[in-house]
Design a binder for this molecule. Structure first.
Ligand code: ZN
Length: 474
């Protein structure tokens, strides 16, 4: 199977999709392929996909071809926030990480909980890939659902198309990647948007992340001439827990030499302890988010009650821990640093600082999604450039495209963005077409950051809206 073609693959939907911005077509096809051989009984346990065992997709420097997804410019997607019960698949989980002896499905870490997902309703999405047309067409015909929450009907595929295309399966244009590409092997993808990302499937694993050039995150296919203001830190193995502990002067206990990947932060550590130490702690209920058998000393120190308080809802740099959620702490911070800010506009100033690329890498940003302090720090990805900013929002890592964020803020400041509807997907969908198009120019990560921006004329606008309402009722 050596004949490769450049292909454009399109999937049509008849239900909303929940899909990460950087999901690529190779991961969908490889998952389908392994699923098939698993069903046929030819595969008993998990095998790492590599160019040696996947011969129907082209690869360069060990990286599979296959772009992220895009929508047509004519498409106006409908967004909706859906609350879905998340249940933990205990059996699947225990396959990778040893668990406590008594597993209770009624309470604690394995209990089902509610999570909000943003769903997108579009007619179709498309991808680019280079590979064997026959085999890829066969696999596409077997894909029944795409994205997350497939088993409850999201992302139901109603049809597909495989067509010859230009070669855009690694790069859209000479300098613009169409998927995350490792900096070390793809020097031509030279945009300043660099993040720590796993360049090989399974992409969801935390191990072996590398500095990668990231594609522009707009839902429409879009190229960029972005230049980063600050130099990226091109490191491979950098633990968010370590960065945070050092910034917060938390000294970890020394551990015996036992080199392994850390099940919590995913980095390779020289000193680790078996994960069973976690089972003794009553306040740890994040087992479903860890994967592996050992943890590093930094994660062990960061997961204490003190560590959780210190590191959740913060922007952490090598020299500073900036509070982002606690008003009293923000007040103290403003006073201590003699800033021209109030707790009310602090997040606005912070997001503008990010957009202006004034944050110095490496850094970690954690946003709380619950009132209580959460274990976020070890789930977070360390930011290594000013072009793509990883923001850990509860369990989810959002990669914020700085170029798009800056553009969206400018539109908000000049009053051309439908700002008031940012947080209300229900209202968004009733906007005129032109305004709805605004939301598809950016992805969820950019819109989430934009929601912290205060619009100068907002008060005036609210007054006018009130006047209009009064007029109506009169
Ligand atoms: Zn760790």
């Amino acid at each position: 199977m050596t004949k490769f073609d450049n292909l454009k693959i399109r999937f049509f939907f008849n239900s909303p999709v929940i899909i990460d911005r950087y999901t690529t077509i190779d991961s969908i096809l490889i998952a389908q392929h392994f699923n098939n051989i698993m069903q046929a009984g030819q595969l008993k346990e998990f095998v790492m996909p590599t160019p040696d065992n996947i011969d129907f997709i082209d690869a360069k420097h060990g990286v599979f071809s296959g772009s992220i997804w895009y929508i047509d410019k004519s498409e106006i997607p409908i967004f909706k926030t859906q609350t879905i019960t998340k249940t933990v698949n205990v059996k699947k989980y225990l396959k990778y990480t040893p668990g406590p002896d008594n597993i209770n499905l009624g309470s604690g870490e394995f209990k089902a909980y509610m999570l909000n997902y943003e769903t997108i309703f579009v007619e179709s999405i498309y991808f680019y890939i280079r590979g064997n047309r026959e085999k890829i067409t066969e696999l596409c015909s077997q894909v029944k659902n795409i994205g997350r929450k497939r088993h409850i009907g999201y992302g139901a595929v109603s049809g597909f198309e495989v067509k010859p295309a230009e070669d855009r399966s690694f790069m859209l244009t000479l300098n613009n990647p169409s998927k995350p590409l490792p900096v070390s092997s793809f020097p031509k993808a030279s945009t300043g948007k660099i993040a720590l990302y796993r360049p090989r499937p399974p992409y969801y694993l935390k191990t072996d992340k590398a500095p990668c050039y990231m594609p522009t995150s707009s839902l429409y296919e879009r190229t960029s001439h972005f230049k980063a203001k600050q130099k990226p830190i091109l490191v491979k193995n950098i633990s968010s827990s370590k960065l945070a502990c050092e910034a917060g002067s938390i000294k970890p206990d020394e551990l015996p030499e036992n080199p392994h990947h850390c099940a919590m932060c995913g980095t390779f550590a020289k000193h680790t302890v078996p994960i069973s130490v976690l089972f003794r702690s009553k306040n740890f209920n994040d087992y479903p988010d860890i994967r592996g058998n050992y943890i590093c000393k930094w994660c062990l120190a960061a997961k204490t009650a003190h560590g959780i308080r210190t590191f959740s809802g913060k922007c952490i740099t090598e020299t500073d821990i900036i509070p982002l959620s606690n008003k009293d702490k923000i007040k103290q911070y403003i006073k201590a640093n003699k800033l021209d800010a109030t707790p009310e506009n602090f997040k606005d100033i912070f997001v503008r600082t990010l957009a202006n690329q004034e944050i110095k890498p490496p850094y970690v940003i954690t946003l709380k999604t619950m009132k209580n302090n959460e274990h976020i720090i070890w789930k977070a990805t360390v930011g290594i450039s000013t072009g793509i900013i990883p923001v850990q929002s509860g369990k989810e890592t959002l990669y914020v495209d700085t170029e798009l964020l800056k553009e969206a803020i400018e539109q908000t400041d000049t009053g051309t963005a439908p700002y008031l509807y940012l947080n209300n997907t229900e209202k968004r969908n009733h906007l005129p077409e032109e305004e709805r198009r605004f939301f598809a120019k950016y992805d969820r990560a950019v819109l989430k950051m934009l929601s912290y921006i205060r619009r100068p004329e907002k008060k005036e606008e609210q007054k006018n809206a009130k006047k209009r309402r009064l007029k109506k009722t009169a």
